[in-house]
Design a protein around this ligand. Structure first.
Ligand SMILES: C[S@@+](CC[C@H](N)C(=O)[O-])C[C@H]1O[C@@H](n2cnc3c(N)ncnc32)[C@H](O)[C@@H]1O
Length: 274
C-alpha cells in the first residue's frame, strides 16, 4: 500500500493514528480543509450519502461561530473566549473574528485531538493587542482547563465559553450539564455560554450518527431541542433563543430557510444576582 498522505500529498505527522476516523479530521474534510486522511474521507463520504446536507451543516455551524463571536464582541462587549473543542484551524477561527471587531480580545483554545495540537500554531497568530493560547486537554478535566486558561484569561472579567460541535461526544446529559456548570461556575455574571449541536429531529442525521458510531470513531450523540435547552438552565437566552443555526441572527439578506440543516444553537448569558 502507498504511504498515507493528506490531500495535498504531504505525509502524515508522526505519532498519529490514521487507521481510525476522527471527529476533527472528518469535520475538516467537510469544511474543504486538507488536514484529513483516507479513513476520514471515506467515513465523511459515507455519512454524506445518508445525510447529504452534512457539508452544509458543517459550513453553517462555522457561519454561526462567526455571527456569535461578532455579536459577543461588537454588541455584548465580550473580550475573552474559552473555545473548547476548537477543531482544526480553518478560515475565521474564533480569534480572527473576535480581533477583527476588538483587537484586544484574548482567546484560549482547547482540544484533545493530537492533530489539532500539531496544527495549533495557526491558532496562535494573535494581533499584538490581544492574546491567544492553546491547551491540549480533555473537557472531562475541566479544572486542568480552567487553571491553564487563567494564564491568558482574567476570570474576574466576563468570558464566553464556546462549545461548538463537541457536546455530542458526551452522550450522558448529566455529564454534559455537570461539566458546563463546572466551567460556568468559574466565570463571573455577564459571561456567556455558546453551543452548537446536531439535532435528533432528522432521520437522515440519526442514520449518519449510527454509521459514524459503527465506523469506530468516538460516537456523536444527537440531542433534541428540549435536551439542548436544558443545558442552558439558569442562563438567560439571547434572542432568538435556541434555534436552527441558519436562523440564529442571520446576516441581513442571508437566506434563513435551509430546512435540512439539523443543527441547533443558542447563546446564554450568566445572570447577575438579584
Ligand atoms: C465537530 S468538531 C467541531 C470543531 C469546531 N468547534 C467547530 O464548530 O467548527 C469537534 C471537536 O471537538 C473535539 N473534542 C471531542 N471530544 C473532546 C473532548 N473530550 N475534549 C476536548 N475536545 C474534544 C474534537 O477533537 C473536535 O476537534
Amino acid at each position: 500500500m502507498p504511504p498515507e498522505t493528506r490531500p495535498d500529498g504531504t505525509p502524515v505527522a508522526s505519532g498519529l493514528d490514521v487507521s481510525v476516523p476522527h471527529s476533527a479530521r472528518i469535520w475538516n474534510y467537510w469544511l474543504g480543509g486538507k488536514d484529513n486522511y483516507t479513513i476520514d474521507r471515506q467515513v465523511g463520504d459515507q455519512l454524506r450519502e445518508v445525510y447529504p446536507a452534512i457539508v452544509d451543516l458543517a459550513r453553517s455551524d462555522r457561519q454561526f461561530l462567526r455571527r456569535a463571536v461578532r455579536y459577543l464582541t461588537a454588541d455584548a462587549g465580550i473580550r475573552q473566549f474559552l473555545d473548547i473543542g476548537t477543531g482544526l484551524p480553518t478560515a475565521d477561527n474564533t480569534h480572527e473574528v473576535a480581533q477583527r471587531e476588538a483587537p484586544t480580545s484574548r482567546i484560549v483554545y482547547v482540544d484533545n485531538d493530537p492533530l489539532v495540537l500539531v496544527h495549533a500554531r495557526a491558532l496562535l497568530t494573535s494581533g499584538p493587542d490581544g492574546a491567544t493560547s492553546y491547551i491540549d486537554a480533555d473537557f472531562r478535566a475541566p479544572d486542568t482547563i480552567l487553571s491553564a486558561a487563567a494564564d491568558t484569561l482574567d476570570f474576574s472579567q466576563p468570558i464566553a465559553v464556546m462549545l461548538l460541535g463537541i457536546l455530542g461526544h458526551f452522550p450522558d446529559d448529566d455529564e454534559a450539564a455537570t461539566l458546563i456548570r463546572h466551567v460556568m461556575a468559574a466565570t463571573v455574571p455577564g459571561s456567556y455560554l455558546v453551543i452548537a449541536h446536531g439535532s435528533s429531529t432528522s432521520e437522515g442525521l440519526l442514520e449518519a450518527a449510527r454509521r459514524y458510531r459503527e465506523s469506530g470513531a468516538e460516537s456523536y450523540t444527537l440531542r433534541s431541542p428540549e435536551q439542548l435547552a436544558r443545558l442552558f438552565e439558569g442562563l438567560e437566552l439571547v434572542p432568538p433563543g435556541l434555534a436552527p443555526v441558519p436562523q440564529w441572527r442571520p446576516d441581513p439578506g442571508a437566506e434563513s430557510g435551509e430546512a435540512e440543516i439539523y443543527s441547533y444553537c443558542a447563546v446564554g448569558r450568566k445572570r447577575f444576582p438579584e
